[in-house]
Design a protein around this ligand. Structure first.
Ligand SMILES: O=C(O)c1ccc(O)c(O)c1
Ligand SMILES: [Mg+2]
Length: 525
């Protein structure tokens, strides 16, 4: 299917947007009126620029508050439309998006809406233009896709069809299954956007928090399948209003957008068995790292001398078919590394269980979640906002199907924070490990007494861990004990002990860990 994106989804001036959209490999774009109005180029220049970049102008939008108006408003609305038709002819655009009327003056009368849209479609057709009618979730009367389809059917004009927008449908919790009852040729356009589930006004949610498929909580794969089953053959177009994307690099945003669409189309993911190894550059700390890895009994670390600081370079992930996994990455045209630079290498499973429990990375959140979702097929868990002494850290775990591959993504909004990475090593007795580390001159990160007082209050019967540096968490599925080593260069280790089926990563303790690490940084060594 052709791939398209609305100009509103990326930052920059119109030429910057189009250049980024073309560079990402899109076939076309939805031109947003604001982007045109603010652009010094003539419509003919924009048309030429798009053609030179190999982009089709798939749609012009939005045309607002047209239908179901009192009879004396219709002439003015048609005059407004004639202007847009002439403009679209100059742009080389032949599809106009009309979104449902939000004005208090709109009349609650489907027959009237249908009749006025029929007149509009008739005028549009004279210019070689078609109309795609979209139900906004906050439309005054028309706020769901089945109603917009009833109106389009009633109007019965060949130049009038519906535009389906996943956000307006899924945000309301409407069953998208009804889409399959719409004939594919009457679905003139498909707009795709995901979103995190938030409790807020729908208009604000839509205008500020939309994201690319795979970045949010909606089932875009299921939604798109319904539209395909209906027989839709037009482009898949991303329409994402997002405050962060508005200020991000348009080239990166457009590349992410393309990755999300390719994944949506392909839908497959490699089968991941387990972590196989981590590769760490030692920086100047080779001796210390080697000693630490030995005390930890961490047999899955590969240390390579070099680099300006110790850091995580690569993660080996075991899969039954490494070649198929590499082919998947190539088919997505995705980089073979997480957006923080950590390389992922697929390899066959070695003997025995891995001692790597999870890997935690600091990376741009939306980008890294998308990469892990599309390339590794990991599923996101709930996203958390955790206090750091100097700001907030967003944190989320992503896990593979078997549960053995877990990546924790962290992203701080504080300039003071260091892009730390850590590797969590599994062990059977963390308290004993704390003793051994201390004996080896590498004591665990110190945890304040107040933390342990609070533990007693929260968890009756919790083990007494005061003075050990071991943290504790308990959930319905089990218990979790863990400690942190000192940071060496840009990396540190966590040692974890899971009891029962505990499936988290101790996120509740992250604020205490962050504060302890900041305190440690400020104390003279
Ligand atoms: O927020 C809006 O007004 C708006 C406009 C056009 C769209 O296609 C849409 O989904 C929302
Ligand atoms: Mg829309």
């Amino acid at each position: 299917m052709r791939k398209s994106i609305a100009t509103v989804s990326v930052s920059g001036t119109l030429p910057e947007k189009l250049t980024a959209i073309a560079a990402a490999g899109f076939d076309g774009f939805e031109l947003f009126e604001n982007d045109l109005v603010a652009c010094p180029l003539s419509p003919e220049d924009i048309r030429r620029m798009a053609a030179d970049l190999g982009l089709r102008v798939e749609l012009y939008q939005p045309f607002r508050d047209f239908e179901a108006v009192p009879a004396d408003r219709l002439a003015a609305n048609l005059r407004r439309a004639e202007h847009k038709f002439r403009l679209m002819n100059r742009l080389g655009a032949d599809l106009l998006l009309v979104c449902s009327n939000v004005s208090p003056q709109a009349i609650d009368d489907d027959a009237l809406a249908a009749e006025q849209l029929r007149v509009l479609a008739e005028r549009a057709a004279e210019h070689g233009i078609r109309i795609a009618y979209e139900a906004l979730a906050w439309g005054r009367h028309v706020d769901d896709y089945l109603r917009s389809w009833r109106i389009v059917r009633m109007a019965g004009h060949p130049a009038l069809g519906v535009c389906l927008d996943s956000f307006h449908i899924l945000s309301k919790g409407t069953d998208p299954g009804g889409i399959e009852a719409i004939p594919g040729e009457k679905i003139f356009f498909l707009q795709l956007a995901d979103a995190p589930r938030l409790t807020m006004d729908t208009l604000q949610w839509s205008r500020h928090y939309r994201c690319f498929p795979g970045q949010g909580d909606f089932d875009l794969a299921g939604f798109t399948q319904h539209v395909r089953n209906a027989g839709y053959r037009g482009p898949l177009s991303l329409e994402v209003f997002n405050d962060v994307f508005r200020r991000s690099d348009p080239v990166r945003t457009a590349a992410d957008a393309m990755l999300s669409l390719r994944f949506l189309e392909d839908g497959t993911a490699p089968e991941l068995t387990d972590f196989a190894y981590v590769e760490l550059a030692t920086g100047p700390d080779g001796d210390r790292l080697r000693r630490l890895v030995e005390v930890l009994g961490f047999d899955r670390a590969r240390l390579v001398e070099g680099g300006d600081a110790a850091e995580l370079r690569a993660v080996g992930i075991a899969t039954p078919d490494p070649l198929a996994a590499d082919a998947h990455v190539a088919a997505l045209s995705a980089p073979a590394h997480v957006p923080d630079g950590t390389r992922v290498v697929f390899c066959p499973a070695g003997p025995g269980d891995s001692t790597i429990d999870h890997v935690a990375l600091t990376a741009p959140f939306a980008e890294a979640s998308l990469w892990c979702r599309c390339v590794l097929g990991l599923r996101p868990h709930e996203s958390l906002e955790l206090p750091d002494p100097y700001g907030l850290v967003r944190s989320r775990a992503m896990t593979g199907a078997g549960g053995r591959v877990m990546v924790a993504l962290n992203m701080a909004d504080t300039p003071s924070s260091v892009p730390w990475q850590h590797v969590a090593v599994a062990c059977d007795d963390v308290v004993d490990m704390a003793r051994r580390l201390t004996a080896a001159g590498e004591p665990p990160l110190r945890i304040p007494g107040n933390y342990y007082d609070d533990l007693d209050a929260r968890f009756p019967g919790a083990p007494d861990l005061r003075g050990t540096g071991v943290l504790y968490d308990r959930a319905d599925d089990g218990e979790f004990l863990h400690l942190y080593t000192a940071t060496i260069g840009r990396v540190f280790f966590e040692v974890v002990q899971r009891i029962g089926g505990y499936s988290g990563y101790g996120a509740a303790n992250t604020p205490v860990r962050l504060a302890a690490q900041h305190g440690h940084k400020m104390r003279p060594e």
